[in-house]
Design a protein around this ligand. Structure first.
Ligand code: S3P
Length: 445
């Protein structure tokens, strides 16, 4: 799907202004397709993200018997019912998408079938033992490459067993994989998360008619219990616009002098919106208006205008609510006054790239001072003066590294180049045109 790298160059913008129509939320889009695929009847999805990752999920669900179509702006899913998936005839290729892989492994693990999963050069490096371990306890069997990596084969359990599982890492993907396996499992499946992570699966499971109980754990965590083998009924789903995609424009709007942007209809689930709070604490002129609930998820209209930013200490316990936003937060930090201290970043090393290292290399290439630790990053900002720039950043098959450094280039003295922007389409199709339409400066080289 990525025959040619797409090198891009970002140059200083004179200000970004206007209304940014951010695409649909990636996490919620994956879940809408998957839950629709195992519901009875026709699910209609408005605002689905048409990014490559989500299209991989759609393709995999089709390969297992769901009918998925696009009718105008609405996507329809004719589901097969809980337990009704069919064995796919071909290898499921999930491209760059960890969410597709881990959640679908959960679905398949509780079906009496054998399936083969693979992905691109980024995805085949990522750890899958975090899901195969609990799914094995439920009765599934796996043959993986060394280190628990893709390609892998899963032999789903004929008689899946419910488990109670305490997550060793804060991961919504692992939680969701277990809950998806719990759908076709008798009895109650319980996940205990020491730190709360995004709860889109829990919200959407309830929306489709499942019983999900959530109680607080001592120490701030949650205990989530799904009653197995529910009859899921097809539902309409309205997907909010993705706060993780919005974050790139929020940062550009904050750091490029003269900017003023409106971002309507952005998801502000508190388990996702850590970047909003963090930018506000740094002094960003960032406001939320017209708060409402759409499709069970909190949404607001955001505006951002350029302002002076100050470095802060980001509380490590906030990391799960902004785990995908550290690359672009590092860019905001590069323009802030003083040091921005980010800790608790170990999970960044197992994203689409080793994001901690990729951010550090990108900052270094562009003359920005920083200290990188085992799971921390401290960025020394310029206090608003344009950083040098002039570097070539290796995007490492990672959409968020590419977009973050293209935003940096909007505010540097010399242009910032990235070696390959093709992976931006995994989560944010139309990103370059959107940014340029608002007054940004990104060009092909
Ligand atoms: C996601 C969870 C997070 C996040 C990813 C999407 C999800 O991953 O980084 O982009 O949709 O559940 P982890 O579960 O690995 O933290």
């Amino acid at each position: 799907m990525h025959p040619q790298p797409v090198p891009l160059v970002a140059s200083a913008s004179k200000g970004l202004a206007g209304t940014a129509a951010i695409p649909g939320d990636k996490s919620i889009s994956h879940r809408a397709l998957m839950f629709g695929a195992v519901a009875v009847g026709r699910t209609r999805i408005a605002g689905l993200l048409e990014g490559e990752d989500v299209l991989r999920t759609a393709e995999a669900c089709r390969a297992m018997g769901a009918r998925i179509d696009r009718q105008g702006d609405t996507w329809t899913v004719d589901g097969v019912g809980v337990g009704g998936l069919a064995e796919p005839g071909q290898v499921l290729d999930l491209g760059n998408s960890g969410t597709s892989t881990r959640l679908l492994l959960g679905l398949v693990a509780a079906h009496d079938m054998t399936a083969f999963f693979t992905g691109d050069a980024s995805l085949t490096k990522r750890p899958m033992a975090r899901v195969t371990e609990p799914l094995s306890q439920m009765g599934a069997r796996f043959v993986t490459r060394s280190g628990g990596r893709l390609p892998l084969a899963v032999i789903g359990a004929r008689s899946p067993m419910p488990i109670t599982y305490r997550l060793p890492v804060a991961s919504a993907q692992v939680k969701s994989a277990i809950l998806l396996a719990g759908l076709n499992t008798p009895g109650e499946t319980t996940v205990i998360e020491p730190e709360p992570t995004r709860d889109h699966s829990e919200t959407m499971l309830r929306h489709f008619g499942a019983t999900v109980r959530v109680v607080d754990e001592p120490g701030g965590g949650k205990r989530i219990t799904l009653v197995g083998q529910p009859e899921l009924a097809a539902r309409d789903v309205a997907v909010p616009r993705d706060p993780s995609s919005a974050a790139f424009l929020l940062v550009a709007g904050a750091i490029v002098p003269g900017s003023r942007l409106a971002l309507p209809g952005i998801g502000i689930n508190p388990l996702r919106a850590g970047i909003v709070q963090t930018l506000q604490e740094m002094g960003a002129d960032l406001t939320l208006a017209n708060r409402r609930v759409e499709g069970g998820e909190p949404v607001a209209d955001l505006t951002v205008a350029a302002s002076a930013l100050s470095g802060i200490e980001v509380p490590p316990e906030r990391a799960p609510s902004m785990i995908d936003e550290y690359p672009v937060l590092a860019v905001a930090a590069a323009l802030a006054k003083g040091r921005t201290v980010m800790r608790g970043l170990a999970e960044l090393k197992v994203k689409e790239s080793n994001r901690l290292a990729a951010i550090a290399r990108g900052l270094e290439a562009n003359g920005i001072r920083f200290e990188m630790g085992e799971d921390s990053l401290v960025v020394e900002g310029t206090g608003g003066a344009p950083p040098p720039g002039g570097g070539l950043v290796a995007a490492q098959m990672d959409h968020r590294i590419a977009m973050a450094f293209l935003m940096l280039g909007q505010a540097t003295r010399q242009p910032v180049r990235i070696d390959d922007g093709s992976f931006i389409d995994t989560s944010f199709p139309g990103f370059v045109d959107l940014v340029n339409g608002l007054g940004g400066k990104i060009a092909k080289t």
